[in-house]
Design a binder for this molecule. Structure first.
Ligand SMILES: Cc1ncc(COP(=O)(O)OP(=O)(O)O)c(N)n1
Ligand SMILES: Cc1nc(C(=O)O)sc1CCOP(=O)(O)O
Ligand SMILES: [Mg+2]
Length: 223
């Protein structure tokens, strides 16, 4: 049974506009410093997405990110692995189309964490909008991206199709989104986005996050 913590996580998810996936920044800087900057700039949810890490390295990076989340009141997300999400008491577990079914993931993480799923076509998005036990979904890639090589662009049309679902479930657009094109994503009907390079490769991650967040907040304020 969900606790008051679970209820509070769902309220925080609902209020979340900017979701960042980052690697552990191995060999290119300090993860705590980067996470602090991105979260200070307005990132609401931060996910560790680093396929090159062994489980213990993933746990260590997530511990660093958890401390940053606590400093900034942000949510910590784990990609793919329900066992790791449980071990670090993550706020969010993100599943892909080939990952665990939600009921199995739920058995592992418990009732409280928020669970979301990625979708790459309108039919999958429609299923995700109703998937029992799931809390949010993502659609993309809006534009082809080197961060996810080999996955063809779904285009702004997929964003429009997701918006047309008119679901109460929070959903995010992902893939190739940055400050130069976020307004097109918002005009297509998204109110929330996930980014990687727009912040991880920014010279000033705090300023990059802040600029994206300002566009998202303005969109919500105008509706
Ligand atoms: C928030 C968020 N959205 C989408 C993805 C992509 O998930 P998936 O399709 O499982 O691909 P990988 O990221 O696992 O390569 C994500 N990770 N996070
Ligand atoms: C991790 C991921 N998933 C996608 C999906 O469409 O499900 S696109 C993507 C990568 C997004 O990276 P960037 O912001 O650097 O383009
Ligand atoms: Mg995945």
């Amino acid at each position: 049974m969900r606790t008051s913590h679970g209820t509070s996580l769902r309220k925080r998810l609902d209020a979340s506009l900017l979701y960042l996936c980052t690697d552990a920044r191995t060999g290119r800087g300090d993860l705590a410093e980067f996470a602090d900057a991105a979260l200070a700039g307005g990132v609401d949810i931060i996910q560790l997405r680093d396929k090159g890490l062994e489980a213990r390295q993933e746990l260590a990076a997530l511990e660093t990110m958890r401390e940053a989340c606590e400093r900034h009141g942000a949510m910590l997300a784990v990609n793919d692995r329900a066992d790791i999400a449980r071990a670090v008491r993550a706020d969010v577990l993100h599943l892909g189309q080939r990952d665990l079914p939600v009921p199995m993931a739920r058995d592992i993480v418990g009732a409280d964490p928020v669970i979301g799923r990625s979708n790459n076509d309108p039919e999958a998005a429609a299923r995700s909008a109703e998937e029992p036990g799931s809390d949010y979904f993502c659609v993309g890639p809006t534009w082809a991206t080197p961060t996810k090589p080999g996955r063809p662009a779904a285009g702004l049309e997929l964003v429009e199709r997701a918006a047309a679902l008119a679901t109460d479930r929070p959903w995010f657009a992902i893939g190739g989104i940055d400050l130069t094109n976020i307004d097109r994503v918002l005009s297509a009907g998204a109110t929330r986005v996930v980014v990687v390079r727009a912040i991880t490769e920014a010279e000033d991650p705090r300023a990059a996050a802040n600029a994206l967040k300002a566009r998202l907040t303005a969109r919500v304020d105008n509706t």
